[in-house]
Design a protein around this ligand. Structure first.
Ligand SMILES: NC(=O)C1=CN([C@@H]2O[C@H](COP(=O)(O)OP(=O)(O)OC[C@H]3O[C@@H](n4cnc5c(N)ncnc54)[C@H](OP(=O)(O)O)[C@@H]3O)[C@@H](O)[C@H]2O)C=CC1
Ligand SMILES: O=C(O)C1=N[C@H](C(=O)O)C[C@H](O)C1
Length: 264
């Protein structure tokens, strides 16, 4: 008589993370829904296209909400998710220090909850920000050009604002004087020299055919360095969004950008 041990029980499958997408019919929302649907470990439980449907997010049992809506809607959405105990991954632009401080306050009584706000989920765009900040202390002049599709609701872009802040911080840390060329003097028309963000002139282009692009121009005596990133397709943001969705449950508190998730 032979005895055979029973086949080992299949390893219990890891539970799916349930995800709600806010702004689900927007340009980014459509891509996020597609990416979540295609991911084996994620389950799309709510697609929200207006604040009156927010209750679906809670009723559907979402663990993580992804927000790509509008600067004027996003704070209400974050507040709702925090109140419901839902982690948030936010790509919507328009965050300044005051809004960030408010989110921190809302999170304070919820020590297990995470909110991640990223000006840009594109890996290349994140690297461009880092490289630009690093390079900027070696050049006296720096200017930034952001170029986007014409339906973009805000200017300058959140990425451009963040890039200029990082450059400003890096230059101050290196003890550099403000860029001598950031002055608006000599402009015969308002805006001709761009908007100055943290000492960096930022120029915004809106052009049919574009998606999301950014150039940082650095100059010093006799040489220039140009750093450029192009998102030709919104699919470029999805690896970063999915990384954030998977990581946020392990990262309580407020995280700005995906740099720390990438080990940068
Ligand atoms: N961090 C990143 O990597 C990226 C960030 N973005 C940012 O994401 C945001 C969205 O961009 P994009 O997808 O192009 O914009 P869209 O205008 O295409 O999409 C926004 C969608 O959100 C909907 N919406 C507005 N208010 C609410 C609300 N309260 N609840 C739910 N849905 C709402 C809008 O509906 P309706 O039109 O009916 O108002 C619209 O369908 C922008 O701030 C943009 O800058 C974009 C790309 C990458
Ligand atoms: O509206 C967009 O398209 C984008 N918005 C973000 C921003 O404002 O920086 C990110 C990316 O530039 C695309």
């Amino acid at each position: 008589m032979t005895s055979s041990s029973p086949a080992p029980a299949p390893a219990p499958e890891a539970p799916l993370t349930s995800v709600a997408v806010l702004g689900a019919r927007g340009r980014m929302g459509v891509e996020v829904c597609r990416a979540v649907n295609e991911a084996d470990d994620l389950e799309l439980v709510a697609m929200v296209e207006g604040s009156e449907w927010l209750f679906n997010v809670a009723d559907g049992g979402a663990q993580v909400a992804v927000d790509f809506t509008r600067p004027e809607s996003v704070m209400e959405n974050i507040r709702f998710c925090i109140d419901q105990g839902i982690h948030c991954v936010v790509g919507t632009s328009g965050f300044d220090e005051a809004k960030i401080a408010t989110v921190r306050e809302w999170l304070a009584p919820k020590p297990d909850l995470g909110v991640l706000i990223a000006p840009n989920f594109g890996i290349g765009a994140v690297l461009l920000m880092k490289f630009a900040a690093e390079a900027s202390r070696f050049f006296s002049s720096v200017e930034l050009v952001e170029l986007h599709h014409p339906a973009k609701v805000d200017a300058p872009s959140g990425t451009a604002t963040r890039t200029a802040q990082l450059i400003g911080e890096a230059r101050r840390a290196a003890g550099m004087a403000p860029a001598p060329d950031a002055t608006q003097e000599g402009s015969s028309l308002p805006g001709a020299r761009g908007a100055v963000v943290d000492g960096v002139p930022v120029h915004a282009v809106r052009l049919a055919g574009l998606v999301a692009h950014q150039e940082v121009l650095l100059g010093t005596q006799g040489e220039t360095l140009t750093l450029r990133h192009d998102s030709y397709d919104r699919a470029s943001f999805m690896p970063g969004v999915l990384l954030a969705v998977r990581e946020i449950q392990r990262r309580p508190g407020l995280t700005i950008g995906i740099e720390s998730l990438l080990g940068l």
